[in-house]
Design a protein around this ligand. Structure first.
Ligand code: G3I
Length: 305
């Protein structure tokens, strides 16, 4: 196959990208999007601050531009994200206790209901575990509403859109030996044991020289899959250039292909200049929209499956 989406589809997988509504007027950007990708994630437009800017008043304009474009083009959508400590609207940031818990649950119910039937998978909870060696939860206003906030979020999402896969999504959960990875693993294991509705784990996979692709990345994917969930690479980018970057992209792609329940890969933007880390040139297309060596290595790996 000659495009990322078609090449991934040969093994029943998808290949997606983050999309920013503000770039949708750029014909080069849209051309690559329409040609190469068959899954779309809104980079910012479905987050809590974007969809509920004042309490109880929901705003879907920019999110709908992305969702409608994707659906018109026959692409599926990963929803990102229903509950997160970051990018909360101002009114939510200083809330606490029962009021915050109820506001979070109402947000999840409203947004997931609005998009019911249109979302392949939701990142229900994003980045809830602490960095460092504790393996525990990140402190946040949501965490302070009670340790059961994550399972409450998943139950609300399931009730609102029973057809969407429900994912827990995080970063620095790629190295199997990392305490944070182990903490997320134990939570998913516990959810499965107690029947909390969870279908997938998203590994964001933002890599650079401080945080390289770990040698045990495939092991991490497989171990999560062995809990009975799908795994998805949800925000892939790898800083670098040339053959070094290409070989890292090759390794990540092949790791997914080697794990039956790794259902797809999403890169976090289209061209290097679209990236949140543009200086690191971490994506598959250069600023002019040309295919990089990293693009070719991913395409070849997908075609080898
Ligand atoms: O839209 C405003 C613009 O009006 C304003 O002039 C400008 C000035 O700062 O800010 C613009 O908003 C920025 C927005 O990106 C759109 O460009 C925000 O400040 C900025 O914080 C926001 O950054 C996003 C970041 O999440 C916020 O946490 C990045 O685009 C987005 O790529 C990034 O994505 C996250 C995932 O959601 C979760 N995992 C990590 C990943 C990378 O940080």
């Amino acid at each position: 196959a000659t495009t990322l989406g078609a090449a991934a589809a040969q093994s029943g997988r998808y290949f997606g990208t983050a999309v920013a509504a503000g770039r949708m007027g750029d014909s080069t950007y849209i051309g690559i999007l329409n040609r190469e990708f068959d899954m779309v994630t809104a980079e910012n437009e479905m987050k809590m601050d974007a969809t509920e800017p004042s309490q109880g008043r929901f705003s879907y304009g920019n999110a709908d531009r992305i969702v409608n474009h994707a659906r018109n083009q026959g692409k599926r959508i990963r929803g990102h994200a229903l509950a997160w400590h970051s990018q909360q609207p101002g009114w939510m940031q200083n809330m606490s206790g029962t009021a915050l818990r109820n506001a979070m649950l109402n947000h999840i119910t409203q947004v997931a209901s609005y998009y019911r039937g249109k979302i392949y998978a939701w990142d229900v909870v994003n980045e809830a575990f602490a960095d460092g060696n504790s393996g525990g939860r990140r402190d946040s206003n949501l965490q302070r509403t009670g340790n059961d906030w994550i399972e409450a979020a998943f139950r609300a999402a399931r009730a609102a859109d029973p057809g969407a896969k429900l994912c827990y999504n995080d970063y620095n959960t790629d190295d199997w030996s990392h305490a944070k990875t182990q903490g997320v693993y134990r939570m998913v294991q516990d959810f499965k044991a107690r029947g909390v509705p969870i279908d997938c784990v998203g590994l964001q996979s933002h890599f650079n020289s401080q945080s390289p692709v770990p040698s045990n990345y495939q092991t991490t994917l497989q171990n999560f899959a062995n809990l009975g969930v799908d795994v998805q690479i949800t925000e892939l980018d790898i800083e670098g250039s040339g053959s070094g970057q290409a070989s890292n992209y090759d390794r990540v792609t092949r790791a997914c292909l080697a794990v039956a329940r790794c259902t797809g890969i999403t890169v976090w933007g289209i061209r290097d200049t679209d990236s949140w880390r543009a200086n690191g040139t971490p994506l598959l297309f250069d600023g002019g929209g040309n295919k990089k060596a990293a693009y070719t290595s991913v395409l070849n790996a997908l075609n080898s499956a």
